[in-house]
Write a new protein. Sequence first.
Length: 482
Amino acid sequence: MSAYLTIDFPADQSSSPKAECHLIVMTESHDVLSGDEAQQSEAKQEAAAIGFKASGGNSHLMSSASGLLLIVGIGEAPTSKLAAEKAGAHLYNAMRKSTKISAVMTSISLDASLAASLLSGAMSQSYEFNRYFTKKEETKQLHLSVVASDKAVQTDFADAEAMLKGVFLARDLVTEPANSLYPGEFVRHIEGLKHLGLEIEVLGETEMEALGMGALLGVGQGSSRDSYMAIMKWNGGGDEQPLAFVGKGVCFDTGGISLKPAKGMEDMKWDMGGAAAVTGAMCAIAARGLKKNVVGIVGLVENMPDGMAQRPGDVVTSMSGQTIEVINTDAEGRLVLADCLTYCQQEFKPQMIIDLATLTGAIIVALGKEYAGLFANDDSLSTQIVEAGQQVEEKCWPMPMGDAYDKMLKSHIADMKNIGGPWGGSITAACFLERFIDDGMKWAHIDIAGKAWADSEGHAHPGGGTGFGVRLLNQVVDNWQS
């Protein structure tokens, strides 16, 4: 909802807003990475005198000849962007615990990319969603002025800040309750991105019915809320075909007639995590002004039980023309994605497609919450996604597919069932999706069921909605090799 840290870049310290303290970044070996020569010397002497342990997150406020110094320990000196982001999270946490709300940082002894990552990690950590609290201690709005002689720091940070716009949007969307973020409201958020230069098109139920999207529409027919498909287009490149991202947007998933247990059902407000990631990614791509053509498509529905809801045993016809026997109405996300994938291929003929979805609990059984599950029909695409994930700490683990799993989808009455057997549920779900991919189309499916939400603090995020997928997809675009 909000970032509680703002950062600016005054030309010099005299032109910066009056700061209450100087921020001194210190490694565990007491090397000082910010401040002028006198401040560094004083900070080192103070740290040695009091036995200050400069491990990640420790801090100490001291008086000096040049004013107050807030010494912040970050552990080892960062040598990678990810390590710098983690150090930045420590930086913000120390500022938040301090009694001071404004600081200045000068003479950063890191190269531009690491310095920008340090600052973006701090800003990412400052995210907080507090919209629905009526009685809560007000979170301090902090400000940091950065005086950097290397102007590349500001340039690199501007790109990182644009990325965070998308990350924060995805976190907001995932965190909102379903009575506030239903399909029509999700569309409103998407339409609010037009000012970034995105072209937005929205298909309602009438348009989708005319296109034969029986799989997607079947999921939403039990809800009083209309279903939608939203298309976001960024035309930053030349005449090349776009890269395509597709997201599952089940704004609330009761399981439908195959009703979920009551315990934990409240978590199904974030069953639209894939759509949030794609929307956030498109926001960031536009805000960063990437020189590529990219399209993002999200299918937005609610899966609710009422007298109009689809039943186990129903047969629906997808946009591709293939028929599906719905054995379990709680395996609904793949039905939404099926029609989105077909529309994407027919309308845009992209270079490749990556879909993201909180698709199966089975992937959490397989991988826990450390990795997203990655399924792909093209080794080079799979490799690019894995490498991109490692670069931004949004890790993906390649998973198998194959005929043995695909055969589990055989139906006695239709072209396929929507679930396989009792084992390998995330794999059979991926095999289902692959049936809607045209020959020769590079495609990957990323199951983010274990990554869209975190119960505790993680890499440069405070817990809750993580925004997982936004940075991953942007990195894929940055690195793209056809």
